[in-house]
Each structure stands twice: as C-alpha cells, then as structure tokens.
Design a protein around this ligand. Structure first.
Ligand code: NAD
Ligand code: ISE
Length: 335
C-alpha cells in the first residue's frame, strides 16, 4: 500500500498530538481527514494540516478517501466510531478505553469476529515504552524466576475538582490493568479495592488515593496505588518481584543536579511528556502493521478484558469486598 490515508475522529488534546506526530515525525501515513463534535476545533486542525473537514465522524469513516481511522473522541463516543469502522472493514486505532462498558466492548468483539478479520487496536501505549519492554524481556527470559508480586503506582500531580471515583479505574488504572497482564503473561481471577485515608487536596466527588488489588490465575498478587492529587508530579512506578530477583521500571532520564546543598533530579509533570516516545513507537508500529494488513498491538479482546476487570473493580470498591473477574476463554480469533 502507498501512504496510509488516515482519518482522525476527535481533535482534542491527544487527537491533535497524534495528528502532529503522524505529520512531522512518523513515516508511511498521512492525516487526510478530521472530524470533531467541536467543529471549530476540527476546522483549525484541518486548515493547519491540509486535511478534509467532516462535520460527521460517521461520514469520515465511510469516505472512500480514508483507508484507516484513529478514534480520539471522548470515551462515550468510542463504541459508535469503532463499530462504524468495523462495519466498513477499515482498520481502526481507538484510544483507551475501547468503550465505557464491558457490554459495549463485547459488542465490538462480536462484530469484529462476525466480519472475520481483526481490525481494531486499542491505545494501551505503555506496551511500547522502552522501560516496560525491557522489563518484559527480563521476565520472559526468566531473569527473576517466576513472578510472584507486582507493585505499581499511578500518580498524577492534580486533577480537576470534578474528577470522579470511577475515572480512577477507567481512565488511570486501566493502563496498569492491560499492562501487567501483558508484562507477566497471565490472566486475572479476582479484584478488590482498598480506600486509604483520603487527601485534603481532592475534590468532593473523589476518594483519593485508592489501591486496586488483583489476583491472577497463576496466583500472582498485584497492587496498584492510584493517587491523582499527589502534588509532586506525574509519577509512574512498577516493580515485578520474582522467585530470585526483582525488576523495576526505569524512571525517565532527567539531568541529575547538585544545587543549593541539594542533590536532585526533576520529575515529569504530565503523561504526554512521560510517554512521548511510547506514543511515537505505538503509532509508527500501527501504521506499519496496518499497511501490511495486520493488527499487531493490543486488540479488541484486550480492550474487553480491561473493561471487564475495570467493571469488577468498580463493583468491588462499591461493595467493599472482593469480586471475581468473569471472563470467557480468549477465542482462537484473538490468540
Ligand atoms: P479532550 O477532551 O481534549 O478531547 C476529546 C474530544 O472529543 C473533544 O475535542 C470533543 O469535542 C470530542 N468529542 C466529544 N464527543 C464527540 C463525538 N460524539 N464525536 C466526535 N468528537 C467528539 O480529551 P483527550 O485528552 O484528547 O482524550 C481523548 C481520548 O483519548 C479519551 O478517550 C481519553 O481517554 C484518551 N486518552 C488516552 C491517553 C493515553 O495515554 N493513551 C491519554 C489521554 C487521553
Ligand atoms: C489519562 O487519561 C491517561 O490516559 C494517561 O495515560 C494516564 O496516565 C493519566 O493518568 C490519565 O489521566
């Protein structure tokens, strides 16, 4: 295939970043069409990048001038656009989450299987981060023996005061939910959520921090601290402890300094900077695989597993007790 002609539905913060990286940094793809419910925003992006403006996302997806679709609209619109792309037989990269409920993800999985071809990739970009990839190589290669425990932290400096409890799971922890199962090659069995004392810096709708705990089918125990008003930066941590060693996610390399009788190093303040290279690699690999007629990255089934696990966590938090992660076996179509 010549250059991949890409249509982007959703020209908010991350949509614009993806348009820019495809245009200025990546190879093999061109953004030819854009659309957004905020027409003025999409119009500005269309003018800047010479793309065609569509008032309607569905029309963009149906356009014969669009080979493949990127969905970066807000979460509740993902399902509709992914379904449109699947029905049109077009490859689609959808930012996480695949859809806001497990039932909607299931519908996508069923539609894709009915079409007989894998088309959907979900934007779980942590799998493309160099540090996590090195950890996975070490775990897969037996460097630490069988994994026993995984400790994670997902910290944001601060969130909008209207941020809600469920977003801790569906917008933040959803990354760790996908990442850890990939990292240790396991399936989830049950979850629970602990609520430590809440910080005074949180908004009225949010208990912050929360600790999600997951037990896997092989018996590995995973804990994820989600703390979105930690005040000190955007800080992502991960450690896998195995039978004969442990591996840690490397921190991004900032210049260490000595100044004013302090030895220090800066921390990231936002997810865009922390994972900028992961987004670049993720979308380059998506363009390459799409041109070759494949889906190599996290697929619709991974999106479904993440949604089922997230739903179980929300129920576990509300009930104050453990909940099973009820999933059918992964179909051969997704192996
Ligand atoms: P944003 O609010 O800046 O942008 C969302 C855009 O969607 C807005 O421009 C809005 O007008 C548009 N929109 C809303 N409803 C629409 C509809 N029905 N049709 C078309 N457009 C519609 O948010 P964002 O930070 O850019 O996030 C966008 C998506 O990317 C979200 O799903 C979010 O979860 C995901 N995201 C992923 C990561 C990651 O690390 N992978 C990081 C941030 C955001
Ligand atoms: C945001 O929604 C993301 O998806 C980022 O990757 C995540 O790390 C951040 O905490 C979320 O707010």
């Amino acid at each position: 295939m010549e250059e991949l002609r890409i249509g982007v539905v959703g020209t908010g913060a991350i949509g614009r970043k993806h348009v820019r990286r495809i245009t200025e940094r990546l190879k093999g793809g061109k953004v030819v069409a854009v659309s957004d419910a905020n027409l003025a925003g999409a119009q500005a992006v269309a003018a800047e990048y010479g793309a065609e403006l569509f008032e309607d996302g569905g029309a963009l997806i149906a356009s014969p001038g669009v080979d493949a679709v990127i969905v970066t609209a807000w979460d509740p619109a993902h399902k509709e656009y992914v379904m449109d792309a699947v029905r049109a037989g077009k490859y689609v990269f959808c930012e996480k989450p695949l859809a806001t409920t497990a039932a909607d993800c299931r519908e996508i999985v069923e539609a894709e299987q009915a079409g007989g071809k894998r088309l959907v990739q979900v934007g779980f970009m942590r799998r493309y981060d160099e540090g996590y990839r090195r950890m996975k190589e070490a775990v897969d290669g037996g460097f630490i023996g069988a994994p026993l425990m995984v400790h994670c932290a997902h910290r944001n400096a601060s969130m909008d005061p209207e941020y809600e409890d469920d977003y801790m799971i569906t917008q933040c922890c959803i990354h760790e939910i996908d990442l850890v199962k990939w990292l240790i090659d396991d399936e989830y069995e049950s979850v629970r959520v602990l609520l430590p004392r809440s910080t005074k810096f949180t908004g009225r709708r949010l208990h912050d921090p929360q600790i999600a705990q997951i037990r896997t089918k092989k018996g590995v125990c995973i804990d994820v601290e989600i703390f979105v008003n930690c005040q000190f930066g955007y800080d992502i941590q991960c450690q896998v402890v195995g039978e004969c060693g442990a591996v840690n996610l490397p921190d991004p390399s900032y210049l260490p300094y000595r100044k004013g009788a302090v030895r220090g190093a800066a921390l990231c303040t936002n997810w865009e900077d922390r994972f900028v290279e992961a987004y670049n690699v993720e979308l380059q690999e998506w363009i390459d695989a799409t041109r070759a007629g494949r889906v190599d990255g996290p697929n619709a089934w991974d999106g479904y597993v993440a949604a089922v696990t997230a739903d179980a966590m929300i129920r576990a938090r509300e009930a104050g007790e453990g909940m099973p992660v009820d999933l059918p076996e992964r179909p051969a179509f997704y192996r």
